[in-house]
Design a binder for this molecule. Structure first.
Ligand SMILES: Cc1cc2nc3c(=O)[nH]c(=O)nc-3n(C[C@H](O)[C@H](O)[C@H](O)COP(=O)(O)O)c2cc1C
Length: 242
């Protein structure tokens, strides 16, 4: 089984999303999957021009010559992981840009799905399973509402099944190296590895692991207090240096 993750954080390997993906993929690899972790920020991906050449002039091929050609080939994997921090309640610009450029995978013809909604056929006929991984700065799972809907629409468009969704609210602490937080973060990373492992072995994350993954790493009030203290101190430093 091959799993390819695309991470749309501008912070790349220094980010909180990366920590989630790395651990999830480590679990999947331990269960026997071949994994690849791609940081989109390191790739050259131009904006879709909206020219439809990939449908009409050169079917399946984009006119833009950049890294996207090689990235589209990765969709032959069994499972694709979209990983993104929450930006303005949505995916990052990097991820949206990448998603727009997925359009050569579809054919021009407009058909209908089983609910009578318009849909393009998938050119290759291969429909990888989908996983969505995201984290956000606020506490509260309601912040992922847009992503929950988005992944359902993407799965419909791609003719794919959603295999797993891992959302981390209060994700700002994932990269923290505060000694106090270490055991809590270690526990969360272990859960991520378990989730990756379960996905490979059982095709899904168990309800037990899913419910543990959704529990706050630290109490929300403590998270907000720590975050606001950090922001206040940083702003104070600025006042002192000015
Ligand atoms: C431009 C921008 C927009 C953001 N929008 C949201 C948001 O709508 N809701 C939220 O909870 N966090 C938001 N955040 C916080 C990020 O989701 C959070 O810092 C996350 O941990 C970043 O992940 P990363 O380190 O992988 O990039 C935003 C951050 C930035 C820079």
């Amino acid at each position: 089984m091959k799993i390819v993750a695309f991470n749309g954080s501008p912070r790349g390997a220094a980010g909180n999303t990366h920590i989630m993906v790395e651990n999830f993929l480590a679990g999947a690899a331990a269960a026997g999957a071949e994994t690849e972790n791609i940081l989109l920020v390191d790739k050259k991906i131009g904006h879709c021009k909206g020219c439809f050449a990939c449908w009409l002039k050169t079917p399946g091929k984009c006119v833009i010559k950049d890294d996207m050609q090689e990235l589209l080939e990765k969709f032959s994997a069994d499972i694709i992981v979209f990983a993104t921090p929450l930006y303005v309640d949505n995916v990052t610009g990097i991820m949206k840009n990448f998603m727009d450029r997925m359009i050569p995978r579809l054919e021009a013809h407009i058909g209908k799905d089983e609910n009578g909604e318009c849909k393009h056929p998938v050119r290759t006929g291969h429909m990888p399973g989908l996983v969505l991984i995201s984290n956000c700065g606020f506490t509260g799972m309601e912040h992922f509402q847009v992503l929950e809907l988005l992944i359902r629409r993407i799965a419909r468009n791609m003719g794919s099944e959603i295999l797993a969704e891992v959302y981390r609210d209060g994700g700002g602490i994932l990269e923290s190296n505060m000694l106090l937080l270490k055991p809590f973060l270690m526990h969360y990373k272990k859960l991520l590895r378990k989730a990756g492992e379960e996905l490979v072995i059982d095709g899904r994350i168990s309800d037990k692991t899913q419910s543990k993954l959704e529990k706050p790493i630290v109490p929300p009030e403590q998270y907000l207090k720590t975050a606001n203290k950090f922001f206040a101190e940083e702003l104070q430093k600025l006042e002192i240096t000015e």
